[in-house]
Design a protein around this ligand. Structure first.
Ligand code: HEM
Length: 490
């Protein structure tokens, strides 16, 4: 399968890969679940191979060693982003997560965003019972969520938890970014934060509109949906940031937006060197806000589904909570004393692999991989799903088994946890991993401490995902019954 190319007069070995059709390339072969198709192709072509989407060559990377090579050892050469149509309207092109810009100014941008998130989520809480501001916001939102879930059960018998979960998680990030929360019944807020399946489909790796430009002009919902969604989100964020710019007081930092304004304005005043302008501040808040609610709410939506699919696992988590923290409200520091719950969360990351590929990468210079030549600006897909289901790393990868992460002493096996690939790694790694892990832990433990989640009698549950950048389960219903007599449900 190895093809030989000529570049600058030198013979170069190119990557192996399947034969492709004219115009559409391999697009029609990808099926509904490209990460699975690539696992099949890997059997024939190895860890790294080349496909064509439309006329565009795309490198697909599988296998932990090759993924590490691309993301860590040769991270700078693979650290760019290709031009993705669905994201061109996100943050008016000022997104540091999705825009094609790469280089020193991008690195500065990511550092500023990362510092603002860290500084503000670790800022001192207003209440003495919480260790930091992030914990305080999460605790507040999950206690509201518990009430909403119990109310929905007593009102409707069963319900789809997606909107309630999305609203709770979006409120945490909204509180961090803007110091503001919205009511669960606020339809305007829900319209802004609730993605639909068209947007998920359009945001996936291997979206035809990214590779066959004429698709972009078709009047289809899947093509135009993201633009309408992102425009509404941009407007919502821009309005909040504008309000902050006018009311900003350097002696009184209210939230991440103030922290960003402070860093950028004071650095510029002191050194007159480039930082972020006000439009880029809006773009940065947009990145943190968007990444901060969609991923975590997807994770919780999956977690609730697995908990009703596997009631015996739910009971084990509840037993661990009851024995170790009783009725005390869970806190971040309790992660250390609830290893089974931590194992469950890692098994969700691995088994559901609800972000199957990283955001697509792109080479920033000519490079080689596995002895093969890859030119600059080559789009690269990193198949995290394959690593999370690789039989050489995981025993029975198709089984959902949290115990796999515990050693003989029932402690968390940290070196195995490090093998789960869901936040990416290297220069493009997710900057919200700590926030996400803490947040998911508090949501799951508090909900399970107070409620028993049950599937509806006779319901068939399906763990097959709907493919997208973040994969959602198909809609499902559950019931949430209060567990302890002392907890009020409405
Ligand atoms: C990027 C996963 C939560 C902010 C990413 C990437 C993944 C990821 C796979 C792409 C890495 C790559 O392209 O190589 C997740 C998961 C989360 C989560 C699974 C939750 C369970 C969060 C949170 C925030 C956040 C809570 C912020 C509040 C970001 C940002 C990027 C990113 C800004 C872009 C980084 C870049 O382009 O360099 N995340 N994320 N994420 N994530 Fe997360």
């Amino acid at each position: 399968f190895v093809r030989v190319l000529r570049s600058k007069g030198k013979k170069q070995v190119s990557l192996p890969g399947p034969w492709s059709f004219p115009i559409v390339g391999n697009l029609l072969q990808l099926g509904d679940h490209p990460y699975l198709t690539f696992m099949e192709m890997r059997k024939k072509y190895g860890d790294v191979f080349l496909i064509k989407l439309g006329m565009v060559p795309v490198v697909v990377v599988n296998g932990m060693e090759m993924v590490k090579q691309v993301l860590l050892k040769d991270g700078e050469h693979f650290g760019g982003r290709p031009n993705m149509h669905a994201f061109s309207s996100l943050a008016e092109g000022k997104s540091f997560s999705f825009s094609v810009n790469f280089g020193d100014s991008w690195k500065l941008h990511k550092k500023i965003a990362s510092n603002a998130l860290r500084t503000f989520s670790k800022a001192e809480a207003k209440s003495s019972t919480c260790s930091c501001l992030l914990e305080e916001h999460v605790v507040e939102e999950v206690s509201e969520l518990v009430k909403v879930l119990a109310e929905l059960t007593s009102k409707n018998g069963s319900f789809d938890p997606r909107s309630a979960v999305t609203c709770a998680v979006a409120n945490v990030v909204c509180a961090l970014c803007f110091g503001k929360r919205y009511d669960h019944g606020d339809e305007e807020f829900l319209k802004i934060v609730k993605t639909n399946d068209d947007i998920l489909k359009a945001s996936r790796a291997a979206n035809p509109a990214d590779f066959i430009p004429c698709f972009r002009y078709l009047p289809l919902r899947i093509i135009n949906g993201p633009r309408v969604f992102y425009q509404a989100l941009n407007q919502f964020i821009a309005q909040h940031v504008q309000d902050h710019l006018t009311t900003y007081d350097k002696n009184h930092m209210r939230d991440i937006t103030d922290a960003l304004i402070h860093t950028c304005h004071s650095k510029y005043a002191a050194t007159k060197t480039a930082t972020l302008n006000d439009d880029e501040i809006i773009g940065t808040v947009n990145d943190l806000f968007g990444a901060g609610f969609e991923t975590v709410s997807t994770c919780l939506y999956w977690s609730f589904l697995y908990l009703i699919c596997y009631p015996e696992i739910q009971a084990k988590i509840q037993e661990e909570i009851d024995e170790n923290i009783g009725l005390k409200s869970p806190r971040f520091e309790d992660r250390k004393i609830l290893p089974y719950t931590e194992a469950f969360i890692n098994e969700i990351f691995r088994h559901a692999s609800f972000i199957p590929f990283t955001i697509p990468h792109c080479t920033t210079a000519d490079t080689t991989l596995n002895g093969c030549f890859i030119p600059r600006k080559t789009c690269t897909f990193i198949n995290m799903y394959q690593v999370n289901h690789d039989e050489t790393i995981w025993d029975d990868p198709a089984l959902f088994r949290p115990e796999r992460f515990l050693n003989e002493k029932k402690e968390l096996n940290k070196s195995l946890v490090d093998k789960v690939l869901i936040f990416g790694m290297g220069i493009r790694k997710c900057l919200g991993e700590d926030v996400a892990r803490n947040e998911v832990f508090i949501f799951i433990t508090t909900v399970l401490q107070q409620l028993k989640l049950k599937k509806c009698r006779g319901a068939e549950l399906d763990l097959t995902p709907i493919y997208g950048l973040a994969m959602k389960p198909k809609p499902y219903q559950l019931q949430a019954e209060p567990r302890s007599p002392g907890i009020s449900c409405c």
